[in-house]
Design a protein around this ligand. Structure first.
Ligand SMILES: Cc1ncc(COP(=O)(O)O)c(C=O)c1O
Ligand SMILES: N[C@@H](CCCC[NH3+])C(=O)O
Length: 432
């Protein structure tokens, strides 16, 4: 039985998260969130190791029929401990900066040859470091960047393997801020111009055309757009073969979405449908497939645990003020994203609509608006679910607020993988 199935809570329902109540207290696997908050303080990010591994295994299983590498998108959650964990299971990494490269070097050095490097604005120092590290592929996003990569590879005397990241002009239904596959977006190279660029690039002695990549956006639930984008990419691969350019890799990017509400969600079925769309489009090509999931692997593994500081009424509205703010989890403020919020201790009694807000000086500092919740009082704990992706990695120190600590749960045990920041950490780089 898969780990996800084992997490089932009631009947045959699949619980896509590692969080469930035991004796009316919310647990992450075998560990009580109340106990973790007591030991480590709040706000606190809590992740399940078993859950992350189960999601990776699910992905690997779905693509088992073809040679493939799952290159985890480090930006989703850049924790060194998670990078180490995933690297040990054979994952590669999708990076977008020299900083993320150094994270992989520190946590999973052996995986450097499974790294792909995307990003519309790569700098010379970042390119040099990645060439030196022997990464698998540069996902190049403009003709200018390709010329720069050729120049740096030649200067260093090391061949660099590249893919063009093409923009397929495919619409995917998601929040406009995280949609990337239309020509109106800054990402990638117009797919219609790509063939000419690969041809011209034959002049670069230190570049090897190794692949082609595409990434149409994030939190995409329908699988058809992935298939459509891959169809276009495969068309390009075939054209390049006519030109004598034989690629070895095809990179389908990331973007597979999850369910943030309490609607039923079966991750295994979701990834199977996704794999079917990608594999159907790429069938028979004989290329090594790269996949770059971020959110799907880590979002539901994590929760942000926060303590209620105060409850107040303004007119008709009730505000529950928590010690976590938009600087600790920005998704609701930035994308009006919905996250389920559960009381850590299950309470009996009526629910009423409340706004759950942080202490930051912005009206946009909220986690939920007009949400039906059981009554809370100061000192109560709440868990904001599905916060494992684009949670900690998008934190800031706005309002001079130190970042939360992070804890990784493994079965019945928990360990701190990032201590809480102190004011000393914040002031360190400053001078009077
Ligand atoms: C190039 C690239 N690959 C992978 C990802 C990961 O996306 P997701 O977390 O939606 O799987 C992103 C982020 O959207 C990205 O920009
Ligand atoms: N930060 C976004 C995803 C961005 C994807 C990056 N390419 C989110 O929280 O949903």
């Amino acid at each position: 039985m898969s780990l996800t199935k084992k997490m089932a809570t009631a009947g045959n329902d699949v619980n896509p998260r590692p969080f469930a109540y035991r004796k009316r207290v919310l647990q992450c696997d075998g560990v009580s969130l109340a106990a973790l908050a007591e030991s480590h303080g709040t706000p606190l990010y809590v992740y399940s190791q078993q859950h992350v591994l189960a999601r990776l295994a699910m992905f690997q299983q779905a693509f088992a029929a073809v040679p493939h590498t799952i290159c985890y998108a480090v930006k989703a959650n850049s924790s060194l401990a998670l990078i180490k964990l995933l690297g040990e299971q054979g994952a590669g990494f999708d990076i977008v900066s020299g900083g993320e490269l150094e994270r992989v070097r520190k946590a999973s050095k052996k995986s450097l040859d499974r790294v792909v490097f995307a990003g519309v604005g790569k700098q010379v120092a970042e390119i040099d470091a990645a060439i030196g590290a022997g990464i698998l592929l540069f996902n190049v996003e403009s003709e200018g960047e390709l010329a720069l990569l050729a120049e740096r590879a030649e200067a260093l005397g090391i061949e660099a393997r590249y893919s063009l990241r093409v923009n397929p002009d495919v619409f995917a239904d998601t929040h406009p801020y995280i949609s990337t596959g239309l020509s109106a977006h800054k990402f990638g190279i117009d797919i219609n111009a790509a063939r000419g660029i690969y041809r011209k690039a034959r002049k670069y002695k230190f570049l090897k055309a190794a692949g082609v990549s595409v990434h149409i956006g994030s939190q995409i639930r329908a699988v058809d757009p992935f298939g459509k984008a891959m169809d276009r990419v495969v068309g390009l691969v075939m054209e390049l073969r006519e030109d004598g350019i034989h690629l070895t890799h095809i990179d389908a990017g990331g973007g597979l979405g999850i369910e943030y509400t309490d609607a039923p969600f079966d991750p295994e079925a979701q990834v199977a449908a996704y794999a079917e769309a990608v594999l159907k489009a790429t069938e028979g090509l004989g290329l090594h497939l790269l996949l770059e999931p971020g959110r799907f692997l880590v979002a539901q593994a994590g929760a942000l645990v926060t303590r209620v500081l105060n409850v107040k009424k303004n007119g008709d509205k009730t505000f529950v003020i928590t010690d976590a703010g938009m600087n600790d989890l920005i998704r609701p403020s930035l994308y009006q994203a919905h996250h389920q919020i559960l009381p850590v201790k299950q309470a009996a009694g009526a629910s009423a609509p409340v706004d759950i807000v942080g202490p930051v000086c912005e009206s946009g500092d909220f986690f939920a608006r007009d949400r039906e919740m059981p009554a809370s009082k100061p000192g109560d704990l709440l868990a904001i679910l599905d916060a494992g992706a684009y949670g900690m990695s998008l934190t800031s120190n706005y309002n001079t607020r130190p970042r939360p600590a992070e804890v990784l749960v493994d079965g019945d045990e928990a360990r701190v993988i990032r201590r809480r920041e102190t004011l000393k950490d914040l002031f360190g780089p400053e001078s009077l």
